[in-house]
Write a protein that binds this ligand. Structure first.
Ligand SMILES: NC(=O)c1ccc[n+]([C@@H]2O[C@H](COP(=O)([O-])OP(=O)(O)OC[C@H]3O[C@@H](n4cnc5c(N)ncnc54)[C@H](O)[C@@H]3O)[C@@H](O)[C@H]2O)c1
Length: 344
């Protein structure tokens, strides 16, 4: 009787849905963890190992003892294999993402973004993962050659970061074609919200606006399609059991664009503080590396995922910025940021 019970339990465990999230402690990852826990999903959080017992934005969860944490490095195939074992789905967000840092450390981008992805794909084939959601980025398109950008737009890496993401995207798709791994690629356009690191444009503007009497920026002419993080994690949730995105790339964007110049004006208006802007040459990308325009055609996401951004258009952006500014205005959050240092 006990033996039968054990076998039944093992079979149940084998069929249980469990989602591994890499990059779970990061900006988008931690919001996804919050979202999936609200949906009562069974998740495993892959957190990058460090000797400070730092779980990034998941630190709050460590004392509750209710999360299955795996601390390691996606560059380590042996460790990745242990993390994938026992899971039914993988959402792969872990990546090095800072573009300026990729000019100095391209090799670490290759190791993390390409080889790290390869490790996850190989273990996912081995353990017959039911859905592998790979995270791309709109940076892979480079400056828009036609707008809005749909998934057929040519790929044009203007930075080592973008090149590493293009390679990882193709690797993931090749695993669908070669090994029938059910890969779906989600390609978010610029994402923003609470917890984003200060290397990104919106937190850079907000933290300097709160702490200083002038804001230092790079090029203020590029146009971007900004997306509130809640909308983006919702799309990831909708993708988990969605069969129609298998073998497909799906853009996630709001289809509303704004220049960095107008964005900083809007943030100053919402925060009700006007200060001087200074262009800091250190913050300028090399001329040919700057992506001048990104605007998303999101029809495919609407059709396949039944996804619609709730923070859309100018009104949606204003609402998302208000929520983000409110979060940064809380000193408990703001003190985690060093606005006196320009750190890529
Ligand atoms: N934030 C955006 O605007 C944006 C837009 C498009 C796509 N993306 C993509 O979304 C994903 C998440 O980005 P984010 O904005 O949350 O950035 P983030 O830097 O906050 O998160 C990246 C996570 O990857 C983890 N990581 C890095 N190297 C690792 C390694 N070797 N082993 C294990 N973990 C490692 C980091 O610890 C971090 O938690 C990335 O794949 C990024 O390319 C982000």
């Amino acid at each position: 009787m006990i033996i039968i019970q054990n076998i039944t339990m093992k079979l149940k465990k084998k069929n249980e849905k469990k989602v591994l999230i890499t990059g779970s402690e990061g900006f988008i990852g931690s919001h996804l963890v919050d979202f999936l826990l609200k949906k009562k999903m069974n998740i495993r959080c892959f957190v990058q190992y460090n000797s400070f017992s730092n779980y990034g934005w998941l630190d709050n969860y460590t004392d509750k003892n209710n999360l299955d944490f795996h601390l390691g490095d996606i560059r380590d195939s042996n460790y990745v294999d242990k993390a994938v074992f026992g899971c039914s789905h993988v959402i792969h967000l872990a990546s090095l993402i800072a573009i300026p840092h990729s000019y100095n450390s391209a090799q670490s981008y290759i190791d993390t973004n390409i080889k790290g992805t390869l490790n996850l794909l190989q273990s996912s084939v081995k353990y017959k993962i039911k859905k592998f959601i790979h995270t791309s980025t709109s940076e892979v398109y480079g400056t828009a050659q036609k707008i809005p950008i749909d998934e057929k737009h040519p790929l044009n890496a203007q930075s080592p970061y973008a090149a590493s993401k293009i390679a990882a995207d193709h690797l993931a798709l090749s695993f669908f074609k070669s090994f029938n791994l059910p890969v779906g690629i989600l390609r978010p356009f610029n994402t923003y919200g609470p917890r984003q690191s200060a290397r990104a444009i919106i937190p850079t503007i907000i933290t300097q606006l709160i702490n200083k009497n002038k804001i230092q920026l790079g090029d203020i002419n590029p146009l971007r399609d900004f997306n509130y993080v809640n909308d983006i994690v919702k799309a990831f949730y909708l993708a988990i059991d969605n069969k129609s995105i298998t073998g497909e790339v799906v853009n996630l964007g709001s289809n509303y664009e704004i220049s960095i110049k107008n964005l900083k004006n809007l943030i100053m208006k919402i925060y009700n503080k006007k200060i001087k802007i200074e262009i800091n040459p250190k913050r300028l990308r090399p001329r040919k590396s700057e992506v001048m325009r990104l605007l998303c055609n999101n029809s495919k996401a609407k059709k396949l995922l039944n996804w619609k951004p709730e923070y859309s258009g100018k009104k949606g952006l204003e609402r998302g910025l208000k929520e983000t500014i409110e979060w940064f205005s809380d000193n408990n959050n703001l003190k985690k940021y060093k606005s006196n240092i320009y750190n890529t």
